[in-house]
Design a protein around this ligand. Structure first.
Ligand code: HQG
Length: 185
């Protein structure tokens, strides 16, 4: 994906996850906004770039290494990552038995004590595979810690899980009893 599309993708994530009001947008219950409204807001804000079209958004979704956004009919939303105050409506579903979470060496102590908490976002973000969790952790620590999450047990204890994307699952909290260190350097 070229640098123009990477830039647009980051702006779309920021608008739809964190600050729709800065763009004059309001998320509906499931986090959608009209594609046309997003395009107008982006084009107003990023006027230095060539006009952003629906085709650009579709290309970002089709070619990103992670599925971050989706377009359904005339609406677009971020699939995960939200920090907006209003909780995105989601339907719980059964996760894979095992999930992973990449984090920093610094956070490990409090995570093993309090469990995984959403911190600045609405949900804790979990990865379906070890490699993805490693990439998530590497955003903040060049030698990240990978936790294995016993999602089957968490689920049986009543914790709800939500499918974010093909590689991301979400939950409100993962207790320490369902976590173990899978690898750390
Ligand atoms: C940590 C990106 C102390 C947690 C990524 C993480 C992901 C605790 C940080 C998605 C804690 C929160 C989300 C506790 C959790 N004590 N620290 N009890 N519980 N933490 O960014 O999972 O590329 O909100 O380990 O790839 O890093 O933008 O979450 O280090 O999929 O699409 O608190 O965002 O996606 O950080 O990342 P974040 P995350 P995109």
């Amino acid at each position: 994906m070229d640098s123009r599309l990477v830039h647009i993708s980051k702006e779309v994530s920021y608008a739809l996850r964190h600050a729709p009001e800065e763009y004059g947008l309001a998320l509906d219950g499931e986090g959608f906004v009209p594609v046309e409204a997003l395009l107008s807001a982006l084009n107003e804000r990023l006027s230095a770039l060539q006009p952003i079209l629906r085709d650009d958004l579709e290309e970002i979704i089709a070619t990103s290494e992670k599925r971050r956004h989706e377009i359904v009919g005339g609406r677009i939303r971020a699939l995960y990552g939200h920090s907006v105050r209003k909780e995105i409506e989601r339907v719980p579903s059964i996760p894979p038995d095992v999930l992973y979470h990449g984090t920093t060496r610094k956070a490990l102590g409090s995570i093993l004590q309090d469990g995984l908490l959403p911190m600045g976002r609405q949900m804790v973000h979990l990865s379906t595979d070890y490699e993805t969790a490693g990439q998530v952790g590497e955003r903040r620590d060049n030698r990240p810690v990978i936790l294995q999450v016993d999602a089957a047990t968490a689920c049986s204890e009543g914790i709800e899980f939500f499918e974010g994307s093909d590689r991301v699952w979400l939950a409100k909290h993962i207790p320490p009893s369902c976590l173990c260190v899978y690898s750390s350097v």
